[in-house]
Write a new protein. Structure first.
Length: 237
């Protein structure tokens, strides 16, 4: 078994024949492409067992014992501090992301210049003014949403740690259930803050690069936001 696992044939991601003499030589672009295709062909099969049977329902059935552990922790106690620490760490991470985003937004907010009407580079003064005002609005929304997310998750973390530290496991469980709606709102507030920040940053291109080039860059970068937001929605699902 050790000899099989240490074999270069098993670990090779190059076409057949290139690994016969070990890993000598540098793989070409075609070799790397072939290896990526092999990996992509294997990944979808990891969700299936032998014979094409979908293993996900079977694995879920075999994990039914977790409900007994949840019931025992809820009614008999004490709370599983390892899992509680994972939840608290997650809330701390959300608060940290919101704090970093807030600093970036405030830096952009203070660096956006107000358009001067006598600037010869401005071809569309009215549009320039509208873009500037919309940018301020989106930055304000991003600041409010990120601040709400940061404060909400920090408060949830503080009270959760205090409850567990004082051996109030029941209070901790009740607090987690009572603040579930607020945490969901804080999560969506973070998504709204990031989206508003990206839109305002795209508008900043038209504020910095005036004229037709700035308008074209604003349209292109705004179009690039569509796949980004779609990927976020995929992860959230």
């Amino acid at each position: 078994l050790v000899a099989l696992l240490s074999s270069t044939q098993l670990l090779c991601f190059m076409p057949p024949g290139r690994c016969s003499s070990g890993m000598a030589g540098t793989p070409t672009v075609a070799d790397r492409s072939w290896g990526l295709q092999q990996i992509k062909s294997v990944v979808p099969r990891t969700r299936q067992a032998v014979g094409g049977f979908d293993a996900v329902p079977l694995r879920q059935f075999l994990h039914l014992g977790r409900y007994l552990a949840i019931w025992r922790e809820k009614w008999l106690g004490p709370a599983n501090l390892d899992r509680a620490n994972l939840r608290i760490t997650g809330m701390d991470t959300y608060a940290l992301i919101a704090a970093v985003l807030l600093q970036v937004i405030l830096g952009l907010y203070g660096s956006v210049p107000e358009p001067a009407m006598d600037d010869p580079r401005i071809k569309y003064p009215r549009l320039q003014r509208i873009i500037f005002e919309l940018q301020m609005v989106f930055l304000m929304i991003a600041v409010l949403c990120s601040t709400y997310t940061m404060i909400m998750f920090l408060l949830c973390k503080i009270y959760s740690v205090m409850a567990l530290g004082l051996y109030k496991d029941v209070s901790y469980d009740l607090f987690q259930k009572a603040t579930a709606t607020q945490r969901v709102r804080a999560f969506w507030s973070l998504i709204a803050a990031m989206s508003s920040f990206l839109i305002a940053f795209c508008m900043n291109l038209y504020t910095r690069i005036k004229g037709n080039r700035g308008l074209a860059l604003f349209v292109v970068t705004t179009a690039l936001l569509i796949p980004i937001i779609q990927d976020w929605n995929t992860i959230k699902k």
